[in-house]
Design a protein around this ligand. Structure first.
Ligand SMILES: NC(=O)c1ccc[n+]([C@@H]2O[C@H](COP(=O)([O-])OP(=O)(O)OC[C@H]3O[C@@H](n4cnc5c(N)ncnc54)[C@H](O)[C@@H]3O)[C@@H](O)[C@H]2O)c1
Length: 343
């Protein structure tokens, strides 16, 4: 592998051409990379060809970068996390990709997933996680190019990822030494032989100038996205699911306040307006309950990510169920106030 890794970063395959994958493919293409797209759904591939003129392919051979934007929910229940699709895509990358290519997971995933992917790829490819903050209702402001978090399975993965996304390899936090990473890794996994070999291969190929500090250089071709790097890939994984859990909590609190107002004969909108005059208060609207395929799924990912059960998030899930039940029964004119909810 040459010192100028960036010279190799040319051919990009975007996997998953849905709500997120399409704008990602368009953005990467607009930045001058040679982009192709793949989706398990032939309709999604045709849509990508028609909407943004994307080349599509079913072959994963000879790409320098794989960007994964596939869904991570159960197809029959969008609120339930599922990574089987990610595993099958990884198996295909593993069979067809060249050694040393970069795999960037942009889909939202439970913590610990990126290292599993690295394992499945037999440590032959670099793996980073750069979770998305894309927001469909304001793509101008919160589109593909906005400040994002990035973590790598090991320092050379992060270096390559930063080069691709940000155009430099300067880190925001101190990167662990290989020894620290290895110790940490061994706490979770029993197999370490090939990981050591991989580390040696990376070091031999000069992708790292120093194991403790990534060499900072500026590269010509990149996505020019500002990236906040973190010292472990688990932190990157957690940022996304906690971001959405935090939002879930905020909405659940609004739902509970709404139910409180119903039970106590107070006008919610008036109370909310009055509360939001305070500079550090922002009470949201409860609307139709907490929906979509991101907030409920990601909150469940976070809830199951730790041995320590989050009581506050568990309660928030219950509040959302209560609020939806209230809306349904009100629609059917079964109740006039929240008192009747338990009847
Ligand atoms: N949409 C957003 O606003 C947003 C924002 C941040 C993060 N995310 C995350 O990004 C990921 C994708 O979200 P989305 O909104 O684009 O979902 P989506 O359902 O719109 O699109 C997902 C695409 O992935 C494809 N796909 C599923 N399994 C596949 C497989 N095994 N191989 C190839 N393609 C496969 C589907 O056919 C679909 O076209 C999710 O993890 C989501 O949580 C989405």
């Amino acid at each position: 592998m040459s010192n100028s890794i960036n010279a190799k970063l040319k051919k990009v395959l975007v996997i998953g051409l849905g709500q997120l994958g399409l704008p990602v493919a368009k953005y990467v293409n607009d930045k001058g990379f040679d982009v192709s797209g793949y989706d398990i759904s032939s309709e999604a591939m045709i849509r990508a060809q028609e909407k943004i003129g994307l080349k599509t392919t079913t072959s994963f051979r000879n790409f320098d970068i794989y960007i994964i934007c596939i869904s991570t929910h159960n197809s029959s229940n969008i609120t339930s996390p599922q990574i089987e699709g990610l595993i099958s895509v990884t198996n295909k990358i593993s069979m067809e990709a060249n050694n040393g290519s970069l795999v960037s997971i942009e889909s939202t995933i439970p913590n610990g997933t990126s290292k599993k992917i690295f394992e499945l790829l037999e440590h032959r490819l670099h793996v980073v996680h750069a979770p998305h903050r894309w927001y469909s209702l304001d793509e101008e402001k919160y589109g593909v190019n906005q400040l994002r978090v990035i973590g790598g399975v090991n320092p050379c993965c992060l270096k390559l990822g930063l080069e691709f996304y940000a155009g430099h390899s300067k880190c925001d936090t101190e990167i662990s030494t290989d020894e620290e990473i290895l110790n940490n890794y061994n706490k979770h996994e029993n197999t370490n032989t090939s990981f050591i070999e991989t580390q040696q291969n990376f070091n031999d190929s000069n992708t790292l100038s120093n194991n403790n500090q990534l060499e900072s250089q500026t590269y010509i071709q990149s996505l020019e996205i500002p990236m906040h790097s973190v010292s472990s890939i688990e932190v990157a994984e957690l940022t996304k699911i906690i971001e959405n859990s935090h939002r879930y909590l905020q909405i659940a609190f609004a739902e509970e306040l709404y139910l409180y107002c119903q039970a106590n004969n107070i006008l919610f909108s008036e109370l909310r307006d009055a509360l939001n005059t305070k500079w550090n208060v922002e009470i949201l609207e409860p609307r139709d309950g907490i929906g979509g395929h991101c907030l409920p799924k990601d909150t469940k990912m976070f809830l199951t990510s730790s041995k320590m059960r989050s009581k506050i998030l568990q309660s928030a899930l219950e509040v959302d169920t209560l609020y939806r039940d209230f809306l349904t029964r009100r629609e059917k004119k079964l109740i006039t106030s929240v008192d009747n909810l338990t009847n």
